[in-house]
Design a protein around this ligand. Sequence first.
Ligand code: BG6
Ligand code: MG
Length: 217
Amino acid sequence: MKGFIFDLDGVIVDTARYHYLAWKKTGEELGFELSIEQNEKLKGVSRVDSLNKILGWAGVEISEEKFNRLMDEKNEDYLNYVEQMTPADILPGVKDFILELKAKGLPIALGSASKNAPRILEKIGMLEYFDAIADGNSVKKAKPDPEVFLVAAKSIVTAPEACVVFEDAEAGVEAANNAGMISIGIGSPDNLSHADHVFSDFTLITTDFILNLQPKH
Ligand code: BG6
Ligand code: MG
């Protein structure tokens, strides 16, 4: 029997624009303007790694104290956006897709880098759909390390090779591949060509197609 692991940001909800607005403000404090192209490179990247990338682009070095303060301020700003989220923020097709899998009695887990995952799922009314949640609070190593997906698989008692992962980020697809799982990229083949299959969104994916996929090993 297969298990299904969903990334959150960019797969279930489009939060990238909220992360962008919040990191842009951080950049301004460092005298740096974060571009939309740079924000693309932050997709799927943990909070700590994101700030390190921004500091690198800005060519700025800061104390540990300031680093922690900037991370806290960014998260506070981001959470203000999250508080305004509603079920209307759910990306096309994904809710029906998950409901179809659930109707078949199949296990569903979240595998996200975000430490805000439970709050976001609560705001969009999807928290109770998940049998298990592996997120930024459950793991030490960030994607492309496979840890978050392996923790998710364990929580739904499914062997990694029987898991199907849905991911929008390059590092996320890499993490799924590193875990030995079937990787489904949500987005463009331009940057997700390392996924086993790529779809632009869930309206184009049938549960039959996914259920018939064969393990890689
Ligand atoms: C990922 C997002 O899902 O979670 C990243 O794509 C984000 O942009 C990361 O940095 C960590 O999220 P959070 O909510 O804990 O800051
Ligand atoms: Mg993502």
